[in-house]
Design a protein around this ligand. Structure first.
Ligand SMILES: O=C(O)CCC(=O)C(=O)O
Ligand SMILES: [Fe+2]
Length: 314
């Protein structure tokens, strides 16, 4: 088992250091589990606003429903996106049985699966970086423990169909997008998506957006800002966005995905990296929020996260 995890670590390190992105196959999470939560989120989005309002995101815990426009990465466009952030697994904080019958029943096991998968990847990465796997794992011990010690979040996302240009009132002369450019804030993000497409990334060193193709059943691993800061950019954060597809047919369809944002515990001090690393590559040309110094980010992951939330949530 240990040698398998080591090998995964080597492959993950190679992919994340070259691209900030890795593709996982044979991860053991059945597609049906994802389809079930996609359907539950559709049902939640179809509820009357008054009913949804009980579940609006709580800024303290980051848990809850985020309506389109409430979180913006790109202030120049309207971001058409519904999210349901899950940071605690208590059924009382999820849509009730009478509203979306199996929401909690589907979401909780999926959150456990993604937590377990994250734990394997954390150990694998630790081997590759030369830090003690148990210590690195211990820095993430509060993931999905529902006790407020760790900000890791499973987010269900639904991007509704985009209104066709000719049906948009002139006064509403606003450009739409699905998700503006950003890098995620934590250690890494696991991303499972349906086959609709639209995800684009800037691979390390390039200023060009590249579409990420859809590999059925695969889960993407995207490195986050905290991992980049901790490794002094040996593993650069992946800048990504979700664009509106070009064709009228695909624009008229919704897109679903599940993102699992893996973060360290709020009070964790990450183990020091051994100085075996080669010289860190130059930072990517697009460095969002460059005013936050590396030093500051490293010392205070919790403040870093709160700052990002202030920047993006209305
Ligand atoms: O929908 C996606 O594929 C990505 C969503 C995303 O980047 C985010 O919520 O941070
Ligand atoms: Fe993201």
């Amino acid at each position: 088992m240990k040698s398998v995890v080591r090998r995964i670590g080597q492959q993950l390190f190679t992919a994340l250091s070259a691209k900030g992105l890795a593709v996982l196959v044979n991860h053991g999470i059945a597609d049906e589990k994802l389809k079930s939560v996609y359907a539950d989120l559709d049902n939640f989005c179809a509820l009357p606003e008054g009913c949804q309002a009980q579940y609006l995101r709580d800024p303290m815990s980051n848990h809850g429903y985020v309506r389109p426009g409430m979180e913006q990465f790109d202030s120049t466009k309207k971001e058409l996106r519904h999210s349901f952030n899950i940071t605690t697994l208590s059924a009382a904080t999820m849509p009730a049985q009478e509203e979306v019958p199996e929401f909690a029943k589907h979401a909780v096991p999926l959150a456990h699966d993604l937590t377990n998968l994250s734990r394997v990847l954390l150990q694998a990465l630790a081997y590759a970086l030369g830090v003690p796997p148990a210590a690195f794992l211990a820095c993430h011990s509060g993931m999905m423990q529902s006790d407020g010690r760790n900000p890791s979040t499973m987010r269900l996302l639904y991007y509704p169909p985009v209104p066709p240009d000719d049906e948009r009132p002139r006064a509403d002369d606003v450009a739409y997008t699905r998700c503006g450019a950003h890098a995620d804030y934590g250690t890494f993000t696991l991303l499972a998506q349906d086959s609709e497409g639209g995800l684009e990334v800037k691979l390390n060193g390039s200023d060009k957006w590249q579409a990420v193709g859809h590999l059925p059943g695969a889960i993407l691993v995207q490195s986050g800002e905290l991992l980049a800061a901790w490794t002094t950019n040996l593993l650069p954060a992946l800048v990504h966005r979700v664009v509106v597809p070009a064709g009228a047919y695909t624009r008229a369809r919704g897109r679903h995905c599940v993102a699992f944002f893996c973060h360290p515990d709020a009070d964790a001090a990450l183990p020091a990296l051994p100085l075996r690393a080669p010289a860190a590559p130059a930072p990517p040309p697009y460095t969002p929020h460059a005013h936050l110094t590396l030093h500051h980010r490293l010392l205070n992951a919790a403040h870093h996260l709160q700052k990002r939330f202030r920047e993006t949530y209305a």
